[in-house]
Design a protein. Structure first.
Length: 284
């Protein structure tokens, strides 16, 4: 065998073909229109691939529970979760941890919105919602279900099932806005960021629907990573992912979330969400 052929064989032994290389995958809860999610997270995949030096792929899912399941089953190693879905995922996957959150996620809010025909006057005081029709977002949404239900029951003193004439679950914040604006439900609860983006983009008719109450602050969205990524992708890989997320400064990337920046997070930040979920019976 010639020297050139021997060198070629040696090179083939020591170079891993790209098709065989590990791909780092991540997902996100489907909290708004799927096209917007694709635009946002495909850009994030490109950014992370550049920063981490490995193939990175965004894996879309159809529901909040599907995002948790994909994380539990190791179909994805990183996820952009809401407060509740993050708690659920970390309870299922040992050693998983929250590593970053949006600056705004330290003090997130829900907006209660109402159709004009409901004739509910906006106020700092919690509104009397007895007898109206109401839609939450996803059943596992922090800002669209968990915290709104908590505020309803704390302020009105009874189970939400006994407050409303009819309750719905729209599935995501964009649909909640659309359903209340159309009068399908008189009142709904939404993520304040999705509402403000929709208003800014001209997707809300403020003659038909508007904010009637703003909630107190609570911790919400975060990036959660599996505890076994260092084994699969190399020493200190989790720290590299955390640094890449916190170091994200591209205005176009941040605007798509929308967040002004990402900051460090840990599991303890979300203990209040876990406590509320236990209190209203969403988790054991």
């Amino acid at each position: 065998m010639s020297l050139i052929k021997r060198l070629t064989v040696l090179a083939m032994l020591f170079v891993i073909p790209s098709a065989m290389a590990e791909t780092f995958t991540f997902t996100a809860i489907p909290d708004e229109d799927e096209r917007q999610l694709r635009t946002r997270f495909d850009k994030v995949a490109v950014y992370l691939q550049q920063q981490l030096g490995v193939d990175v792929k965004y894996v879309p899912v159809k529901s909040y529970s599907a995002a948790v399941t994909a994380f539990r089953n190791n179909q994805v190693q990183l996820a952009w979760f809401g407060g509740l879905s993050g708690v659920q995922a970390r309870r299922l996957v040992s050693d998983s941890r929250a590593i970053a959150q949006g600056y705004e996620d330290q003090f997130f809010k829900s907006y209660f919105i109402a159709h004009a025909s409901a004739e509910i006057v906006a106020s700092d005081s919690f509104p009397n919602l007895n007898g109206y029709t109401f839609t939450f977002g996803s059943k596992n949404s922090t800002s669209g279900r968990l915290m709104p239900q908590f505020f309803i029951e704390r302020n009105l003193g009874k189970n939400s099932k006994n407050v409303f004439k009819r309750i719905g679950y729209s599935g995501d914040h964009s649909r909640t806005i659309a359903q209340v604006q159309a009068g399908v439900y008189q009142v709904g609860a939404v993520n304040y960021k999705v509402w403000e983006s929709a208003v800014a983009n001209g997707k809300v008719d403020l003659n038909k629907v508007n904010v009637i109450w703003e909630s107190p602050a609570y911790p919400d969205y975060q990036w959660t990573i599996r505890g076994d990524v260092d084994t699969r992708f190399g020493a200190d890989f989790a720290e590299k992912v955390e640094s890449a997320l916190i170091g994200m400064t591209d205005p176009s990337l941040l605007k798509s979330f929308p967040r002004q920046s990402f900051v460090p997070a840990d599991n303890q930040d979300y203990e209040p969400i876990e406590d509320v979920a236990k209190a209203i019976g969403l988790i054991d």
